[in-house]
Write a protein that binds this ligand. Structure first.
Ligand code: ANZ
Ligand code: ZN
Length: 822
């Protein structure tokens, strides 16, 4: 039969690829190291939440096109796959269905692995890793201990975001508008002793090293990270406080406004506020703090919220003029930023001004910016200007005053220049079961004792634990037998740490293990890493901008400092793919607009789904599945298949004897497609392949005919290029042309520059019989196109001098004669 069945060919080609090991990188495990340039292309590894969905299909259609193109061009490509297989959903599913989280997780991994094979993704399966394997997570523990030794892992009590439903602590980035990212419940603050990684020690390096990423990562991601790190320059200023020995330090970006400080604010939930509060204000203060604790930072910082606070009936003393400033506790100052205290300058800071109005506090302008006085306008001014009301600093500009006031503070020992970062340390403790146990033992005499390296991994208990203990403690704390150990240092009775690590620890270094996932002498094989890392291109969603991508950069720098890698940035290039949406909205069960990937594959075949994904737009754009046409893709692929069957088995001569205009067309399309692939404009590249298909179809049907060598040349090129997007159809097409398996072993077709060169001829344009203009045109230009081109010429318009055109005689490509009306 002559219909193309995209389903029946799948298993055949999967077998051929695996037998011929066409997707295996050279020099991955053995010492044989190829001459070919290496390309390490990584897509953010999937979470095994079920079968693959439309979003996966998009990411992998895009990244696989890149990998296949690089391979066809002769690169030694490593295209790995692993699973991010720890995490909360496994626990939730296990609770709902009463099974072991392992069953759910590894069952889904098998389903996804099978689906990846059946959509023809060109992974090197030897890289396969799962972060929930003890052989993997032991190295999370090993890394944790290295950070612990360097003082980069520490414990502190902190107010954390607590989800009362999931009974767990959430990282800031898991809280969306005050609600748990996973279940949508209002998050509550809670004090717990938590493990942190000291990411703040690396804040400046995270900023500085972005110079390496400029132009290679999307600018938007770099901007988000820069903002997340939030470097501010300014000064620390020390204020003496009545009844307190130590002064209180504030961070200010505007030391120039020091004379404009009219009051002083401390974060209501800070220990300082509780300490400073006068006895007669205690009751009011305590009540206020209770309310503050239910609000999150985003709410607290919102400028449009009415300001609230409590007077503490104490004063702070301005170090430059001795002025006494009343102290307030308020929620618009955060305990976790700067020093948790601010000097309030209502004239030049809107939040302070709003607070001053509520409390009836004075507003004193110290910078004349030419704008209305904030005391009257209610609008704080932040522009540059001239200092006023500032003693001997009057007359200086903002910048001059920042320097002068800071110098004065240094001189009188009341402050110093300072840099402050918005970035917080990475809170990594999770009160969950399905994660990496923290390899620390708590001993009443020795304190925090690291589990010795040779006792790793600390394995998760497989029984004797509760996933959701009633008491709200960590599941591991319910595994009493597991938790009870002898202290590695003194041998006395001790307790294991019962928290597990944030799964972002797992993903901060997994790409280093890909070249040798079975390596046992360390977290990764140094030789494999030397050969393949850093990652040449990383593909994934921009939702990871300030999470995963920051953590991976941080851990890479730590590994560099440990002498384990010789680069400081893990991902040389970053590509963010868009999302697949339906009718303009993100797909979700609740909206009922979920498109099921397997249904689409069953209807259209894997190749058509892949082609539809890449043809919909450039990789970084969102795809609206309501606007695309998988049927169109099905039809095109069937046309390619039929075309390749119609090309004669024996050509009528050598390729040089092929039809010249057709060869030129083919090579021009080839040159264009190649350039588009290099720039990752896959959608336009597919459009060129469609053009090529039409040109060849026409050549077969209306001449020069199916046996012309130019037809074969074009069809073979088409099959090879198509393998980037529709791998199964490309193999079938290649086979029909009489080629040997596999098409991807035959390389990307080479353009003949002489044939691809754009030919130009000169066209002479006459007006009333006189030559007035010369145009460089395509030799195959049509009559209409040439007429418009000639009439659009300025020189022709000039020669006409406003006269109407009576007639245009067009003889493509060499002559146009414009006849004006007399
Ligand atoms: C006095 C002042 C005068 C300020 C002025 C600004 C304008 P960024 O740029 O974000 O670093 N601040 C300091 N610690 C704070 C905290 N824990 N919670 C809320 N606000 C805090 O902001 C630094 C500025 O934010 C600091 O400079 C301080 O107010 C305030 F005309 O000091 B400024
Ligand atoms: Zn001990």
């Amino acid at each position: 039969h002559d219909g193309y069945d995209p389903h029946s060919v799948i298993d055949k080609w999967i077998r051929v690829w695996e037998e011929r090991r066409v997707f295996e990188a050279q020099g991955l495990t053995a010492d044989e190291d190829g001459e070919r340039p290496r390309s390490f292309l990584v897509s953010m590894y999937p979470y095994p939440s079920g079968d693959l969905h439309m979003g996966h299909a998009e990411v992998y259609a895009i990244s696989d096109a890149s990998a296949r193109f690089a391979r066809l061009r002769g690169d030694n490509v490593l295209n790995p796959i692993g699973w991010d297989s720890f995490g909360l959903p496994a626990e939730n599913a296990a609770l709902r269905r009463n099974l072991d989280p392992r069953e759910w997780t590894y069952g889904n991994i098998d389903i996804q692995a099978d689906s990846f094979r059946h959509i023809g993704v060109s992974f090197d399966w030897r890289t396969r890793l799962h972060t929930s394997d003890p052989e993997y997570y032991r190295w999370n523990q090993w890394l944790f201990l290295r950070l612990f030794e360097k003082g980069l892992a520490y414990r502190k009590s902190a107010a954390v975001n607590w989800c009362p439903v999931d009974k767990t602590v959430l990282a800031n980035e898991q809280v969306l508008q005050g609600k748990c990212e996973r279940c949508g419940t209002d998050v509550e603050p809670r004090e717990l002793t938590q493990w942190f990684f000291r990411t703040t020690d690396y804040a400046q390096r995270m900023l500085d090293d972005m110079a390496q990423l400029e132009g290679k990562w999307p600018g938007e991601i770099l901007a988000m990270q820069r903002n997340w790190i939030g470097r501010s320059e300014g000064a620390y200023i020390d204020f003496a406080v009545e009844g307190r020995d130590e002064p209180v330090r504030v961070f200010s970006t505007r030391p120039d406004t020091l004379y404009g400080a009219t009051f002083f604010v401390v974060a209501a939930d800070s220990p300082l506020a509780a300490e400073v509060c006068a006895p007669e204000q205690r009751a009011e203060f305590d009540e206020y703090v209770q309310k503050v604790r239910t609000r999150n930072d985003v709410e607290r910082l919102a400028t449009d919220r009415p300001k609230t606070g409590v007077a503490l009936n104490r004063c702070a003393v301005n170090p430059v003029n001795g002025e006494k400033l009343p102290i307030y506790a308020a929620d618009y100052v955060l305990s976790s930023y700067g020093t948790g205290a601010v000097m309030a300058v209502p004239a030049h800071d809107q939040r302070d001004l709003d607070f001053a109005k509520v409390m009836g506090l004075p507003v004193r302008r110290v910078l004349d910016t030419g704008e209305p006085d904030p005391a009257e306008s209610g609008v704080a001014t932040t522009a540059d200007g001239t200092l006023i009301n500032s003693g001997r600093f009057d007359g200086l500009s903002k910048q001059e005053a920042i320097a002068a006031v800071t110098a004065e503070l240094v001189e009188c020992g009341a402050g110093e220049a300072a840099v402050n970062y918005r970035l917080r340390d990475w809170l990594l403790s999770r009160q969950r079961y399905w994660g990496t146990p923290i390899p620390i033992v708590h001993c009443s005499s020795c304190g925090e004792v690291p589990v010795p390296d040779d006792q790793l991994p600390v394995r998760l208990p497989e029984s004797g634990y509760e996933l959701r203990p009633e008491s709200g403690v960590s599941p591991l704390a319910s595994a009493a037998e597991w938790a009870r150990v002898s202290c590695p240092r003194c041998g006395g009775e001790a307790e294991r740490d019962t928290d597990t690590m944030d799964t972002f620890v797992d993903s901060s270094w997994y790409f280093l293990r890909y070249p040798n996932p079975d390596y046992t002498d360390g977290p990764f094989d140094p030789e494999g890493v030397r050969r393949w890392l850093p990652v040449d291109e990383y593909v994934g969603g921009k939702e990871h901008a300030t999470g995963h991508l920051m953590y991976a950069r941080f851990i890479t720098k730590v590994l560099y400092d440990l002498g384990m890698v010789d680069f400081v940035e893990p991902f040389t290039r970053l590509t963010n793919q868009g999302q697949v949406v339906m009718d303009g909205k993100a797909m979700s069960k609740s909206l009922g607009n979920l498109v099921n990937l397997q249904d689409q594959i069953a209807r259209y075949g894997p190749d058509a789904v892949r082609v539809t994904m890449v043809f919909a737009g450039p990789p970084e754009d969102d795809i609206d599945w309501a606007d695309v046409s998988p049927t169109g893709s099905v039809k095109w692929l069937a046309r390619v298949w039929r075309l390749c069957g119609d090309v004669a088995t024996e050509s009528s001569g050598a390729v040089e004897d092929g039809d010249l205009p057709l060869r030129k067309r083919v090579h021009r399309l080839l040159a264009e497609t190649t350039a588009l692939m290099e720039r990752k404009r896959f959608n336009v590249a597919v459009a060129r392949l469609m053009e090529l298909t039409s040109a060849l179809r026409k050549a077969v049907d209306t001449g020069p005919g199916p046996a012309d060598p130019a037809v074969r040349e074009g069809a073979e090129a088409l099959a090879r290029m198509l393998s980037c997007f529709a791998p199964f159809t490309a193999e079938e097409a290649w086979e029909r042309l009489g080629g040997e398996a596999s098409v991807i072993e035959h390389g990307w077709p080479v353009t003949d520059p002489a044939l691809a060169a754009e030919e130009r001829v000169t066209c002479v344009v006459q007006v009333a019989g006189k030559v007035r203009a010369r145009l460089e045109v395509d030799p195959s230009i049509g009559e209409d196109a040439l007429r418009s081109l000639a009439l659009a010429s300025e020189k022709v318009a000039e020669a006409l001098g406003g006269a109407e055109v009576a007639r245009v005689i067009v003889r493509p490509p060499g002559l146009v004669n414009v006849v004006p009306r007399k």
